[in-house]
Design a protein around this ligand. Sequence first.
Ligand code: AMP
Length: 351
Amino acid sequence: MIPTGSTIGILGGGQLGRMIAQAAQRLGYNVHVYANAADEPACLVTPFRTLGEFDDEAQLKIFADSVDVITLEWENVPVKTLEFLAELKPVHPGAAALKITQDRIAEKTFAKTHGIATPAFLQAKSLDELRNGVMKIGIPCVVKTCRMGYDGKGQAIIRDLKDIDAAWHSLKSDDAIIEGFVPFEKEISVIVARRADGMMQAYPPVENRHCNGILDETHVPAQLHTTIDAAAITAAKTLAEKLDIVGLLAVEFFVVQSNVIMNEMAPRPHNSGHWTMDFCATSQFEQLVRAICGLPLGSTAITAPCMMKNLIGDAAYDWQAYLNEPHAHLHLYGKSEARPGRKMGHVNKKS
Ligand code: AMP
């Protein structure tokens, strides 16, 4: 067990790191952030930080020497960085899980191997492979960069054979996945917490609605048939166990004809879990701290049906309006500039 009063190291300085830090501090932990710049959201909530790139071993060593356990808020931290740090301090989640979840082909292959349904998929490393792959998968299909894609970036829908060339060039990558287009009824996600001793606790499935490829709203609970709820939770727990996650695993699914089909997963807190800060017995951020420190996992019971709305770009300028709503809880991330598509904050409301 890592007791209260110890120092938790967080790799990454974004809003997820900020909210992990705030939850850890509430439980009496100190927080040390490793980030690029001192004005990143997580750096603003702790006096303890090391600034550097993820390949700067001298800075990483200073960071590791200052903390008792390390977690991350960005799943694309290089695997080499995690391996280097793991020689010095416990790192949760570990490099092996990250290696799989950083690559869409590895992630879907892993899920399939463990009996979890995914969209049909193929790899394409050239325009020719894309052309051949699209013929096999069929139209419509979705082509995505294998690595580093987020918020709908690095992907294109192919609805017609003549879209193929433009789709390939828009990716600006020579490593892509082609996926069959899933005509889903709903998009849902499940977050599972897991401790080193294998103890797990899952949050109830929630429904996610996207706008321009970015999560816009999460509705809680997802209002699915109980068998779909159970299938999603079982699949997410299987993945967390097989990946040997210590911390959190967020898994996104498509719901189609009463089946759940895995879209992607992330071994960290997830935007679709932000509602837990105000309408759940234990927030996902506190749960992560509990999991990596070997504390008892908290209840994941919903305290009231609710929804989370992201404040993206200029939408953040409406923040004062939310303060007048009796059941709205406003969270702002301390980012100074509201660029288009940038997540600036969110609001949790009773529904
Ligand atoms: P992703 O980055 O993989 O989460 O994709 C972003 C969004 O694109 C998803 O939340 C879906 O709305 C949509 N999408 C991605 N993959 C597919 C697919 N294979 N079929 C249908 N829609 C998809």
